[in-house]
Design a protein around this ligand. Sequence first.
Ligand SMILES: Cc1ncc(COP(=O)(O)O)c(C=O)c1O
Length: 406
Amino acid sequence: MTPRAVFPGFSSSLALTSDSPVGVVVDRARGCLIYDPGGKEYLDLLSGMGVAALGHAHPRVAEAISAQAARHLHVMVYGEYVIESQVRLASRLAGLLPAGLDKVYFTNSGTEAVEGAIKMVRKATGRSGMLAFRGAFHGDTTGAVSLGGNPLYRDPFVPLLPHCGLLEFNDTGSLKAINESTAAVFVEPVQSEAGVILPEPGFLAELAASCRAAGALLVFDEVITGLGRTGSLFALEREGVVPDVLLLAKAVGGGLPLGAFIASEELMSILSQDPPLGHVTTFGGHPLSCAAGLATLEVIIEDQLPARAATLGDYFADALTAAMQGDGLREVRHAGLLLGLEMDSPPLAEAFVAECLKERLLTGRTLHDDGLIRLAPPLIISEAELDDAVLRMQRALSRARSQPDA
Ligand SMILES: Cc1ncc(COP(=O)(O)O)c(C=O)c1O
């Protein structure tokens, strides 16, 4: 069933982000499956790009949303009234994080968390320089685009924020550029859009040391890595490097819009003093999103989903490698259940994603590496679903390889 047949307004009234949307018509979703109106089921290997950590319509999350909706929705701009779900989620997050990451400012999205952090680090240091990494993606508002690691998505929108520069990920030599004019360095502890690039052992520690030496702040963007995806609740645990600021979004709202930037009391007070209300948001930390987020976080912890992501990630990566490496698949990189499949060429990657869709497998490419397929299945996915995915991907790859342009 084409999107146009079901909802003619899809292309005529809804602003689209590209000329070739996936166009799966969604009727309902449960667990790791998304169903179209004809009952056709798709296995979701993307989780709405890292959002649906518990899969779709998890009963605990649905219950929390209904209970909160029956109690109250939005009542006041963020930070003015005492809202139980906000306070409980902030306290739970702070209790799980290392000391120094104890104050949570809730936003509506990841990119807004980046914007809040930009204001905070510039005001806190009195410096304007900001550095990020080649290949990085931090969101699509203007400040976040200024820190984007791919000129293709930056250049059409210049002039952007001044004094922003890029470092090379995993290149300790490039850290020399961090100096007394640097307010902060923004980094994804596992680069996602860049192609699922893992930090080499010691690189993040060296980055932290360079920041400390220059008096610059270190910001970890855990919008996609946060809440268990990479095999630990936060990716910062992988090497024990504690940043000055932590950014969350995606899974933190349990399927509803929510982001957060988290820092010390001292840093966070920068935004509430001189002037007071120096950073405000109407909907940030919406009670419904916080209730869904809290329920999600509790299930992630109770069901030990970070450990499950670590085990299943290894299992899936090994199975994909055994089934397809050398047949168009060059390499599988992964951190828990965040996987990158490096294909032999961009046309093959494109054909493979299209063939996976015919197999009713939802996979995706990234903005910054045309030859890469990125996978981020729900953390509750079963071994049987992963086995089934590997078989279907094998069939899809064999068809993709037989296409003349691939
Ligand atoms: C690492 C990272 N940071 C920031 C963002 C932006 O988050 P949002 O889309 O919620 O604005 C994304 C989105 O994909 C992301 O992957």
